[in-house]
Design a protein around this ligand. Structure first.
Ligand code: GDP
Length: 443
């Protein structure tokens, strides 16, 4: 789980703090020591840790905490503030230019996720900003990198410029850009070569590409699973290329937090996007405050809501609302809802965005994909009429459905009950008056 170690440690530290009525300087020192250890263990750069805890001490020992009525809470707030600052403070949006091509150059070590991210980013910006993107394959060294970009482009219906058997990345970049100008692509994303480690020839090549195409953004792609060694890499890329921002990938694995927490402070460049999975839609804008909440185990409910809203297209939302009003919501719609949840990522990954305290309530539930598959099988074993009027599913029909779907009658019962509860809950949620008054009850 992402940031699991840090999450747990901060939760422990915070619960100790909340239990204390008053805090003195010694308490603050002790808490700071624990925070320091937690961060070092998560492989955060030691200079960053030192500065972070120094800031905490200064603010805590000053008037801000010790004299407050709720010192524990005040201190937690300071930790959250300082962590947000460490992650960049304000969200830094991309500066898109008008009147010429937006040209992004993706750089980074091999395996960091450049090729995948190039495709994810093109897809995201095509959808959200209505760009007409062109992907350019300048990685002529990694076997299959060009093919990989072509496959991704094909899957997403995004144009790719490539030249097979040509070992001249600067030329490819230049000609890719010429194509974009001639054919009115307004966003060009260049996938460049990486190595396992920084080497001079590679850097020289990247500098040459930069000079040839004058990119509007140079985005360093960094594997979020790496720790503070990413700082050295980032420093070197930044020194030679003066990058404009960072994309942190693989924040869905068992990322400890080292790279995320070290990079901005050390190189002074913002993280702009994060990669959160292998699917081509798994990319998000980076919000420092939301990330701080997640690292500290306070959850990230805002991102969860964004995700849900992005998944549901407006047309479908309207149809659903209409159906709920007319009592027409049936098991076919229910199945569609479940599938949408599946598209949002596994339910357990969504749970990670909830505050740690709330996650405990779900610990024993079966939240695996197999549960969704079982539900799907049961609904598909019903007749059209049964799906539309679940009230008619009596005991013998339940038996037949269980047999047909390879499940037990108890599973069918559970599903029908879940359907009724969801229907009730969605009806309440779609009624703004009830939702606003806070009378909405979950089943
Ligand atoms: P490149 O060498 O920098 O071009 O890296 P690739 O784009 O080929 O990515 C290397 C591996 O990382 C591939 O298997 C990708 O599927 C995977 N990958 C990239 N981004 C993410 C991410 O956000 N999450 C996960 N889980 N895997 C990712």
């Amino acid at each position: 789980m992402v940031f699991e170690g840090l999450n747990e440690k901060f939760q422990n530290i915070f619960s100790q703090l909340k239990r204390k009525g008053k805090l003195n300087e010694k308490d603050i020192q002790e808490v700071n020591r624990e925070i320091k250890l937690a961060l070092l263990e998560a492989d955060v750069n030691f200079k960053v840790v030192k500065q972070f805890t120094k800031n905490l001490s200064e603010r805590a020992v000053g008037q801000e905490v010790l004299n407050s009525l709720t010192p524990g809470q005040q201190f937690i707030k300071i930790v959250k503030d300082e962590m947000t600052t460490l992650l960049g403070g304000e969200i830094e949006r991309m500066d898109f230019v008008d009147g010429r091509q937006n040209v992004f150059m993706l750089v980074g070590l091999q395996g960091a996720g450049k090729t995948t991210t190039a495709a994810k980013l093109a897809n995201l910006l095509q959808k959200e900003k209505k760009f007409k993107p062109l992907l350019v394959a300048c990685d002529v060294y990694r076997p299959a990198a060009i093919k990989q970009l072509e496959i991704l482009g094909n899957e997403l219906n995004i144009a790719v410029y490539s030249e097979h058997d040509v070992k001249d990345p600067v030329g490819i970049a230049r000609r890719g850009l010429q194509k974009a100008v001639a054919e009115h692509y307004d966003l060009v994303i260049m996938d460049t070569a990486g190595r396992l480690q920084i080497d001079e020839t590679l850097m020289e090549e990247l500098v040459n590409i930069k000079e040839a195409i004058n990119p509007t953004e140079i985005l360093l792609t960094v594997d979020g699973m790496t720790g503070q060694e990413s700082v050295n890499v980032a420093n070197e890329f930044n020194r030679l290329l003066d990058i404009s921002g960072v994309i942190l990938t693989k924040l869905d694995g068992d990322t400890r937090g080292g790279a995320a927490l070290s990079i901005t402070y050390t190189i002074g460049k913002a993280i702009k996007y994060i990669g959160t999975g292998e699917k081509l839609t798994d990319i998000e804008l980076f919000y420092p405050d939301r990330m701080a909440s997640r690292i500290l185990g306070m959850g990230d409910v805002l991102s969860l809501i964004d995700k849900a809203q992005n998944m549901m297209d407006e047309e479908k939302a309207k149809q659903l609302e209409e159906k709920l009003k007319t009592q027409d919501f049936d098991l076919n719609d229910f199945l569609e809802q479940i599938k949408q949840f599946e598209d949002m990522g596994s339910i357990s990954s969504l749970l990670e965005m909830m505050p740690a305290a709330n996650q405990k309530a779900f610990k024993n539930m079966d939240l695996s994909q197999t549960d969704t598959k079982r539900t799907e099988a049961i609904i598909l074993s019903m007749t059209k009429e049964e799906r539309h009027k679940p009230g008619m599913i009596n005991a013998s029909r339940r038996k037949r459905i269980a047999l047909g779907s390879g499940t037990k009658v108890a599973d069918v019962n559970r599903l029908l009950k879940g359907f009724e509860q969801s229907k009730k809950m969605m009806k309440q949620m779609s009624n703004p008056n009830i939702a606003k008054k806070g009378r909405m009850k979950l089943p």
